[in-house]
Design a protein around this ligand. Structure first.
Ligand code: SF4
Length: 269
């Protein structure tokens, strides 16, 4: 049984996505937020996304994690890290409610702690849960192939250039689209999400849309949520309208959508 580092575990509703295959938008999930993010550690030459909304998860070995005491209370208790995969399953069982749709593996980057996330996914599937992977990066495609069959739903976060998540941006996009292909080929319902800012460029989005179109990967265009630290500005409606029409050159209409972070808008977890 492996051990690993968790940031927090809680029950809430999936606030990102649209009416495209793979999205669990608006459905009840238990969120397991893993510690550690390779992009923030500089694997692609920069220090993570400039608008990162979970920078606390950059700490790869936090001493404590925070566990919601009961689903819906939004109150947390501390637990000492590392946790075992059995600890995580026990917490998921405790937070389960009749309306639970799936368990979201998020971060940070859930694929960063490979044996830990693999054991958790296996134990979740054995216990009858549906799994939802939210990922932005792994370069271990063999590992992704090994776990993909146990992923029911996935969101691959394809970084827009303005995220500043890589010094060679196109190389990162190609890598992320390949992750989408691996998941899709294994039978996961998967979509791509791209966070857009006012500074996002049409030609950069077109590159992403074309890449997604080449494997018919649905794409959700998401408004950035500005943070006090990043000062990024939300895209204009004109940009969203144009970007959606660009996506329409490469994908059918039922594979294109727009999104905000609903959970932030209504101030839930
Ligand atoms: S990949 Fe996710 S956790 Fe990592 S820096 Fe970007 S937004 Fe933050």
């Amino acid at each position: 049984m492996s051990q690993g580092y968790i940031q927090e575990i809680f029950s809430s509703f999936q606030g990102e996505g649209a009416s495209v295959e793979g999205s669990c938008y608006g459905l009840r999930q238990i969120f397991i937020r893993f510690s550690g993010c390779p992009l923030a550690l500089g694997v692609h030459g920069t220090k993570g996304c400039i608008w990162c909304d979970s920078p606390k998860s950059w700490n790869t070995t936090p001493k404590k994690c925070y566990i919601e005491t009961k689903a819906g209370t939004q109150s947390f208790e501390e637990m000492a890290n590392p946790l075992t995969s059995k600890d995580v399953l026990d917490i998921v069982k405790r937070l389960s409610t009749k309306d639970l749709h799936s368990v979201s593996l998020t971060g940070g980057e859930p694929l960063y702690q490979e044996s830990f996330v693999s054991d958790i996914i296996t134990s979740l599937k054995e216990a009858g849960y549906k799994t939802y992977l939210e990922t932005a990066y792994t370069d271990n495609f063999q590992f992704l192939e090994e776990i993909s069959e146990k992923i029911d739903y996935a969101c691959v976060d394809i970084k827009d250039k303005t995220a500043d998540a890589a010094s060679e941006w196109k190389k990162l996009v190609v890598q992320e689209v390949e992750m989408g292909r691996i998941l899709k080929d294994a039978g996961s319902k998967v979509f791509a999400k791209t966070v857009i800012t006012k500074a996002s460029k049409k030609e950069d989005f077109e590159f992403i849309a074309k890449m997604c179109g080449s494997i018919r990967l649905p794409i959700v265009i998401q408004f950035v949520t500005p943070t006090s630290k990043s000062k990024v500005e939300q895209p204009t409606w004109k940009q969203i309208d144009e970007f959606s029409q660009i996506a329409g050159k490469y994908l059918p209409p039922n594979r294109i959508g727009i999104s905000i972070q609903m959970h932030k808008a209504i101030e839930i977890l």
